[in-house]
Design a protein around this ligand. Sequence first.
Ligand SMILES: NC(=O)c1ccc[n+]([C@@H]2O[C@H](COP(=O)([O-])OP(=O)(O)OC[C@H]3O[C@@H](n4cnc5c(N)ncnc54)[C@H](OP(=O)(O)O)[C@@H]3O)[C@@H](O)[C@H]2O)c1
Length: 236
Amino acid sequence: MTERVPHLGPAAPPDLQAVAPESPDPIDLSDAFRGREILLTGVTGFLGKVALVMLLDRYPEIGRVHLLVRPRAGGSAEDRFFGKVASAPPFRPLQDKYGEGLGRFLREKCTPIAGDVAEPLLGLSEEQVRKLTGKLACVVNCAGLVTFNPSLELAISVNTEGARNAAELCKRTGATLVHVSTCFVAGTRRGPVFEGRRGSAPPRCAASSPKAGTPRTRRRSASPPGASASCGSRRS
Ligand SMILES: NC(=O)c1ccc[n+]([C@@H]2O[C@H](COP(=O)([O-])OP(=O)(O)OC[C@H]3O[C@@H](n4cnc5c(N)ncnc54)[C@H](OP(=O)(O)O)[C@@H]3O)[C@@H](O)[C@H]2O)c1
């Protein structure tokens, strides 16, 4: 008699059934994040802000999020985060949830630290690395250079060396690395380039502007009425 194997079902060939894993329990993320410390880079950017807000909104039991921020003309890491980033629109769900208590909640959970991903160990001092060692569960590297034509030197220092520096910090502290990679490869084609089969537009996307792109993209933009105009229009 064939035993029913979860996920594969009774129709799975016997050799596959033999190696099919037991149905795993779903991971309890609240439990996984409870009390853990994370270091997040790129929080002044688009993706980093959203990542931080989602983490804090969904898993408020998280221990602490160390935010690596470059000190710039806008101020120190602390000034930039609490003065500017924390009041940005992506924080709306947290503002709705905590109201006037949001500042206190953020100071309880977030520690801005000055750093630069282009520096060895992200610019942290030996003392800072020592303090994080054994405590840091994960480094989430959302820092990146997304301009299209940076100097090669700058692009390599942030997007390549930055990933390597984050990995080195993980090695030193025992943390896991989550690296958010650069996302677009479009060759020399102009205008919106969609994922999937070459030349096929996804069902709900159309070219964003009839002025942009080659005649081929322009033809595509004439198709589905009411289709979203935003797909593929952002730089990353
Ligand atoms: N946006 C998307 O939809 C998307 C999708 C997939 C993948 N990604 C990838 O996610 C990453 C971030 O994209 P994004 O859209 O959030 O870009 P973004 O808005 O331009 O933000 C870039 C972030 O990286 C930081 N950064 C740049 N150089 C740094 C350095 N040397 N040291 C420390 N921080 C540095 C910036 O800090 P400053 O404020 O100090 O400049 C900023 O916080 C990129 O690798 C991108 O390719 C983005």
